[in-house]
Design a protein around this ligand. Structure first.
Ligand code: SF4
Length: 420
């Protein structure tokens, strides 16, 4: 069979698509990935949409795509968080589509053809066999939190950590296949292992001791878990094969809003983590996420978020507007107007862009090594050991190539360099 997989959303969702991709190819099917052009749909026996539920605009884009594919009478499987949390929305857009829960993506073969025996119950990492320069390794599903704005929780449910040995084998397989950047991914890396008497610090330390030329990226970590293993996580981050990078979504700079969001940490704890981690690993890249326009966010709460960001200066700040999502506690609250949310997010985005450019400007003249992991139509880029995005201006480079560069310029999104 010829199958097309279109994926929306986060690294974990892309790892789920990698799992389905490998299962299908191992069974002799051919799989294409990317964004499906409708005029090419006819050549596929099956189309798989792996959906995301975090933002309303993404939902609208998915629904529109679903309706147009349905009109072509194609065999359609819809998986991912939107399908798992709100199957009714999918069924309305495409009544004949088969829905596959995120926890069941390893059953894709049987979904495509019910006559095929169900895949034995194995954990997702055992189906990861990446041969790309970047390997995405799912380490758990679900989480331990109940953030009041989050619908992903309804899609992925409670925490289920995968076995460490299965994960380490998946990493070794990918390294042996030539992967260099190993991304450990889940909904909340911070919760990993809480159901198995282990944690992300132990897993990262064991992974960093594997043979091979690679670098490990530790994914998104809810700060509420940091106190459990802070020093051992810092030791893991100091390992040679681990990017000096942490993604700590703080979401707001107001304790009142953190409480309303049911985020289990305080602004002072965030301050302490940023300061302490930087004191142990100078120049570490700490990125964060901020939600603007949470229903109970007053002008003063918004100001507190601005002030905190200017105080702790995260290296990267991803700003999201608040979106009212089905089933969530926050969706039942009196909402802030779309115009006001837009006004706040425009102000903060501008301030953050200026902050990021001034931070990146400090690196002009820096000479460092970068491994090329992306080629966007001849624009090569990679990551340095601080996982900073580095564009490398060169006519010809190869994925996986290590180059020594000099930083010559910056933008708000990356540093720009040339090989030396
Ligand atoms: S940690 Fe919070 S935001 Fe993240 S998946 Fe869990 S409930 Fe959602």
């Amino acid at each position: 069979m010829k199958v097309f997989i279109e994926t929306y959303g986060c690294t974990l969702n892309n790892a789920d698509s990698d799992v389905m991709n490998n299962i299908l190819e191992s069974a002799g099917h051919t799989v294409d990935r990317g964004t499906l052009r409708l005029n090419e749909a006819a050549k596929y026996d099956y189309i798989i949409l792996n959906t995301c539920t975090v933002k309303k605009p993404t939902e609208q884009k998915i629904i529109s795509k679903l309706e147009r594919i349905s009109n072509l009478n194609k065999n359609l499987v819809v998986t991912g968080c939107l399908a798992s949390a709100t199957p009714d929305i999918i069924k309305k857009a495409s009544p004949t589509a088969k829905i596959l829960k995120t926890s069941e993506t390893i059953k894709i073969l049987n979904t495509l053809n019910p006559n095929i025996k169900k895949t034995e119950d194995a954990e997702k990492p055992s189906f990861i066999n990446s041969n790309g320069i970047i390997a995405r390794i799912p380490i758990s599903e679900g989480c331990l939190s109940n953030c009041s704005f989050c619908e992903t929780k309804f899609a992925r449910g409670p925490l289920k950590s995968f076995d460490e040995n299965v994960i380490l084998k998946a990493i070794s397989r990918s390294i042996n296949n030539g992967s260099y950047e190993i991304e450990l991914t889940s909904q909340d890396i911070g919760a990993y292992g809480a159901d198995k008497k282990t944690n992300i610090a132990e897993l990262a330390t064991h992974a960093a001791s594997l043979d091979g030329d690679f670098m490990l990226r530790i994914g998104m970590l809810n700060p509420e878990h940091l106190h459990k293993y802070l020093d051992s996580l810092i030791d893991a981050l100091k390992q040679k094969k681990v990017f000096k990078f942490l993604h700590l979504p703080i979401q707001s700079g107001s304790n009142k809003i953190l409480k309303d969001m049911q985020r289990n940490y305080t602004v002072d704890e965030v301050r302490y983590y940023f300061e302490y981690i930087r004191s142990k690993i100078p120049n570490i890249t700490i990125s964060t996420d901020i939600i603007v326009g949470y229903p109970t966010e007053s002008i003063n709460d918004f100001k507190l978020t601005e002030d905190l960001l200017f105080e702790i200066k995260p290296a990267i700040t991803n700003i999201s507007k608040f979106w009212q999502r089905p089933h969530t506690k926050a969706s039942k609250l009196q909402q802030i107007t779309a115009n006001e949310i837009k006004r706040r997010s425009t102000i903060l985005s501008r301030e953050i862009r200026e902050m990021q450019v001034s931070q990146y400007n400090k690196f002009i003249g820096l000479k460092e090594d970068v491994v090329i992991t992306e080629n966007n139509n001849g624009l090569f880029s990679g990551r340095d050991i601080y996982y900073r995005p580095v564009a490398v201006l060169s006519k010809k480079l190869n994925l996986g190539e290590k180059v020594t560069v000099e930083v010559t310029d910056t933008s708000y999104a990356c540093i720009i360099s040339k090989p030396i």
